[in-house]
Ligand binder design. Sequence first.
Ligand SMILES: Cc1ncc(C[n+]2csc(CCOP(=O)(O)OP(=O)(O)O)c2C)c(N)n1
Ligand SMILES: [Mg+2]
Length: 329
Amino acid sequence: MPTPRPELLIEMQRRMWRVRAFDERAVELRHAREIHGPVHPSIGQEAACVGACMALREDDTLTGNHRSHGHPIAKGSELGPLMAELLGKATGVCGGMGGSMHLADFSVGSLGETGIVGAGIPIAVGAGLSARVRGTDQICIAFFGDGASNHGTFHESLNLAAIWKLPVLFFCENNGYAATTSLARATSVEDVAERAAGYRMPGVVVDGQDAVAVYEVTAEAAARARAGEGPSLLEAKTYRYLEHAEGEGIPGFYRDAAEIERWRQRDPLEIHRQLLLDRNLLDAAGADRIEREARAEVDAALAFARESAEPEPRAAFDVVFANSGGSGT
Ligand SMILES: Cc1ncc(C[n+]2csc(CCOP(=O)(O)OP(=O)(O)O)c2C)c(N)n1
Ligand SMILES: [Mg+2]
């Protein structure tokens, strides 16, 4: 199994802290109504997105879902343009026209996220086909939730990628719930990865709180896809610590406090911090510094976003009509 090098292990912690600090701030901004539209935080799920994205090559691509600030951050996005996008500013990655649920950052291969559950999965199959047609050995990873694995797009995508042996990784961030509906109530299998058997591809369950474990299974599946051996379905068992969407008044009746506490005991940032200390890659002061630096980066990103201008209203026409020439006609 490909094991990450020491400097990569440290970088993992840095990126996990960026994801957490970014989302903590996004939640505050949503509660303060400085962000317009729902915010779905990945707090608790950082090891899944960071472990997976860091096992990819820079020119590999990804698609996301509604809970996807973490994916471009994990792939190396600059935080300023991402935060500006959340605030609807012209300097945002999509010119302020996408917002929290529709980020795309082509500079790191993030092809886009979407508020339509399951809709990013076939786009990844298209990206895999594109890589094949263009003769590159890039791969595309599709991030989606357990709930999305009950949508038709998931099944159609796995089938097509399997028969054409496309270089696609299907990565399920299984946090046990689709909004307020538990996996047990809505899903025919215990492990989403079981569904891989129906499409004759490997199905792998991994501890989604362990960034190194996620990195290893992703790197193995990526090597397989790159070698032309086809797609894999990876399932990271994880948990979101906050609400499905913060600041929307969703009642928390569907999860009990003991369950949340159990998962909080397996905080991915604590697990990885311990690993860095145990291997003498960092001391406690060094580990604390990573957190402080990530928070400072997020502060700087927010200052950039706040100082940025709103998009011109007429700019909307540029992305709605082909050949509009920006005139809106
Ligand atoms: C096609 C479609 N159906 C329903 C919804 C409403 N919806 C938004 S998020 C969500 C739950 C998704 O759960 P999951 O895929 O497990 O992702 P998670 O939110 O847990 O990360 C639902 C049902 C939607 N946005 N799109
Ligand atoms: Mg879910």
